[in-house]
Write a protein of this length. Structure first.
Length: 466
């Protein structure tokens, strides 16, 4: 072929062509939407990793689990026994002061008018906090908001890890039947600020009902039942839908249990005056358990597998779970009350520091010291449940609700989105060509292994062990 007709590809050497082809092949494999190699090679089954532990052997003693339940009940009902708010105004209404200083964006990706936060301040009335102290109960599976509005508050959509789904107006999701202390009302009375076992925030007025002594006494006197399924619709004997329940929901058992594959629960409803009344509902017996569910590997597996694959939900958005909501909800049926956010959960047990170790040493320590289902792995802004060791690779496996892994290209950060609850190693996305390194690998940012079967160390002793 004459030189003038030589193709562009012909001017590259074979090694270069091979390298380019390999890179393109790797890129194509690694960028399958929402997918990383771990999801191909690891069983997406929380029960595949805990051997040699027996499936039905308790992970904690009956005495220890009874103590869990005692603390859970005390924490769960605490709002009904408070004479005053537990939060000062700067802690309760922190969203007003924080977001007044930020550039916020709406659901249309455009900047919000500066008047948006002025209106939020007017509605929140921080100068009047606390405006009331009243006991109530949630009557729906509902959002807790950081601002008294359903309107979202995003940071700039072009920033890494920002935009959808990170609505900073969303604090948490609160289950139906949760005891509340109402401490404030918005200027339009459409929102109430509440404290609860789950979290604190603004709850829509229609999602709660006020309670009196008769209601609270009857509610607290009954044994509690934990819901073991997601998206469980509960209806009364007349067929009226009362509420949606999910793992993390805890409700009283009705006095008379019919058997025959059914269980009866108590749920709150709202009368015409906004006060709570008790209604009975039926549920499949397999979908509920008297609190506590025995803390065995088989039971942890059962609940974790319900959550696996569900979409990531920042702050419980759309009834889905973020990393810490997954952990909090998973532990509720076992009678263990855990804090709502990841940094607090990392202090809920004995922390074994991981800082200062290389990646191999960190994984070796986790495999040696971690107890499947009762150990958390913490890093700044994220929390994971240790499941045990992968039989194939002999590496630690974790369950976590994750939005994505960090990428970097020409100095610009991005996210490779997973967007759901998954089982991975501590290096998900390692094969992605533009993964941010070293900080894009989870193992390199871990700070602690947290053993929830052991009490936190006293501060002085903890400092000595770091």
């Amino acid at each position: 072929m004459p030189k003038a007709m030589t193709s562009p590809a012909g001017r590259f050497s074979s090694p270069i062509l091979f390298t380019l082809a390999a890179c393109l092949s790797l890129f194509a494999c690694a960028t399958r939407p929402g997918h990383v190699r771990d999801l191909d090679v690891l069983a997406q089954d929380a029960g595949a990793y805990y051997a040699p532990l027996p499936a039905d052997a308790p992970l904690v003693t009956p005495e220890a689990q009874a103590e869990w339940v005692s603390t859970f009940r005390r924490t769960h009902f605490a709002p009904w026994h408070q004479a005053r708010p537990s939060l000062a105004v700067d802690k309760a209404l922190w969203g007003i002061q924080t977001y007044e200083k930020k550039a916020l964006y709406g659901e249309n990706t455009l900047p919000r008018d500066p008047e948006f936060m002025a209106e939020m301040r007017r509605l929140a009335r921080p100068e009047a906090y606390p405006a009331l102290v009243a006991r109530a109960v949630s009557i729906a599976d509902a959002d807790l908001r950081t601002l008294p509005t359903d309107l979202p508050a995003f940071y700039a959509f072009d920033k890494p890890g920002e935009g959808y789904p990170f609505d900073y107006g969303q604090d948490s999701r609160i289950p139906a039947g949760t005891p509340l202390l109402v401490t404030h009302a918005s200027a339009d009375n459409a929102w109430y600020f509440v404290e609860s076992r789950v979290s604190s925030g603004w709850l829509a007025a229609g999602d709660l009902a006020l309670v009196d002594e008769t209601f609270t006494a009857a509610w607290e006197a009954r044994p509690l039942a934990a819901v073991l399924a997601d998206d469980l619709a509960l209806s009364d004997d007349a067929g009226r839908f009362r509420c949606l329940a999910r793992i993390g929901t805890v409700l009283p058992l009705a006095e008379n249990q019919p058997g025959g594959g059914l269980a009866r629960l108590l749920v709150p409803a709202r009368d015409a005056d906004g006060r709570a009344v008790v209604r009975e509902v039926a549920a499949p017996a397999a979908a509920v358990s008297r609190l506590p569910l025995p803390a065995t590997p088989a039971n942890f597996t059962r609940l974790a597998n319900v959550m696996l694959g569900r979409p990531y939900g920042w702050g419980g958005l759309y009834g889905d779970r973020d990393c810490s909501a997954l952990i909090q909800d998973l532990y509720a049926p076992f009678g263990r009350a855990l804090p709502r956010n990841s940094s607090q959960q990392a202090k809920a047990g004995r922390a074994i520091p991981l800082a200062g170790l290389d990646a191999h040493a960190r994984e070796a320590l986790i495999a040696a010291e971690g107890l499947p289902f009762l150990s958390l792995l913490a890093k700044p802004g994220h929390i994971m449940l240790y499941l045990g060791v992968d039989p194939g690779s002999r590496r630690p496996a974790v369950l976590h609700a994750v939005w994505g892994v960090k990428t970097r290209l020409v100095g610009r950060e991005g996210r490779f989105v997973l967007g759901r609850a998954v089982v991975t190693t501590l290096t998900p996305g390692d094969e992605i060509w533009n993964l941010a390194r070293p900080d894009g690998l989870l193992v390199n940012t871990l700070t602690a292994l947290v053993r929830l079967d052991q009490a936190p160390l006293p501060p002085a002793e903890h400092k000595q062990n770091q």
